[in-house]
Design a protein around this ligand. Structure first.
Ligand SMILES: [Zn+2]
Ligand SMILES: [Zn+2]
Length: 293
């Protein structure tokens, strides 16, 4: 069984509409796909329709932009009730923050002599729930300023770049509680990706976060080299956290993140689903089911 639990559609910063994403999942030989757009569940309905047609099991989730001590941390949440009001409100706050950042980012670029109009970004963002840095990066590629998204982040838009503008992110511990209360499960995505440059997520911190409701760690991810994966796997094992693996696929929006390039072991997946069932029961919320075709 091939399981890829972390992917993006064009409802955030991927380039495939959810329906096409499900088709590509089948073509890539995946049995289970997790759809985890940034801070939005806008792709769930279309993906759910396509899941049955394509014969791929769909786990509905999202990747929430959080912060811990001022550092960005991405939290993948699976199977929460998407109508749970505190969750809805916090996601809106994050999306509003991202939209509000755009004019400020374009202003910084202008100061650097790079002229991008908001309209250029809007066109490239298409159906996305919010216009984010990846869409600005696309506009920079289109203008020939950089050759691909990664370069735009490395040279301009990343947290050390000259066009970086901070924005709102959800406090991590509070979000763990919110996801739990919404009946979902939480996995920290790519915790040791170098670009996050944050050393405080060590074993003791993971243990503390588990107390707050964390269920898993994304271990196998392209941003983790082999020694990093082994260390994270050991931490997950020591703490009894689920270890996941995934592609973080973004379509044409991210290189070297092909569907299924990392996968989650079936036994880890089963543990995660069991935890989700327990969380749903404890919350009393009506949570989305795993869609098995
Ligand atoms: Zn991420
Ligand atoms: Zn992601």
């Amino acid at each position: 069984m091939r399981i890829d639990l972390h992917t993006h559609s064009d409802r955030s910063d991927g380039t495939d509409p959810p329906r096409l994403l499900m088709r590509r999942a089948r073509e890539a030989g995946l049995d289970v796909l997790g759809l985890t757009d940034h801070d939005t569940t806008a792709g769930w309905a279309e993906a759910a329709e396509a899941a049955a047609e394509e014969g791929v099991t769909l786990v509905r989730g999202l990747e929430i932009s959080c912060e811990l001590e001022g550092h960005g941390v991405h939290l993948t949440a699976y199977l929460p009730d998407p109508t749970y009001e505190p969750l809805v409100e916090e996601l809106q706050r994050v999306l509003d923050g991202r939209n509000a950042r755009l004019p400020a980012t374009l202003e910084r670029l202008r100061d650097l002599g790079i002229d991008i109009e908001e309209e250029d970004v809007r066109r490239l963002a298409g159906d996305a729930a919010a216009m984010g840095r990846p869409h600005v990066a696309d506009a920079l590629v289109k203008k020939g300023v950089v050759s691909h998204r990664g370069e735009a982040f490395n040279t301009l838009l990343g947290s050390n770049g000259p066009a970086y503008v901070p924005r709102y992110a959800a406090p991590l511990e509070a979000m763990l509680h919110t996801v739990r209360d919404a009946g979902g499960v939480s996995v920290i995505a790519h915790p040791w990706a170098k670009r996050h440059n944050f050393g405080a997520l060590d074993e003791a911190r993971f243990a503390a976060l588990k107390e707050e409701g964390l269920h898993g760690i994304e271990v196998d991810h392209q941003d983790h080299d082999e020694p990093t994966r082994e260390r994270l796997r050991a931490i997950a094992r020591n703490l009894g956290l689920v270890a996941t693996g995934s592609s973080d696929y973004h379509g044409a929006g991210k290189r070297d993140h092909d569907l299924g390039c990392n996968t989650t072991a079936p036994e880890e997946y089963e543990r995660l689903l069991a935890l989700a069932e327990a969380a749903a029961d404890a919350s009393g919320r009506k949570t989305p089911e795993v869609l098995v075709p």
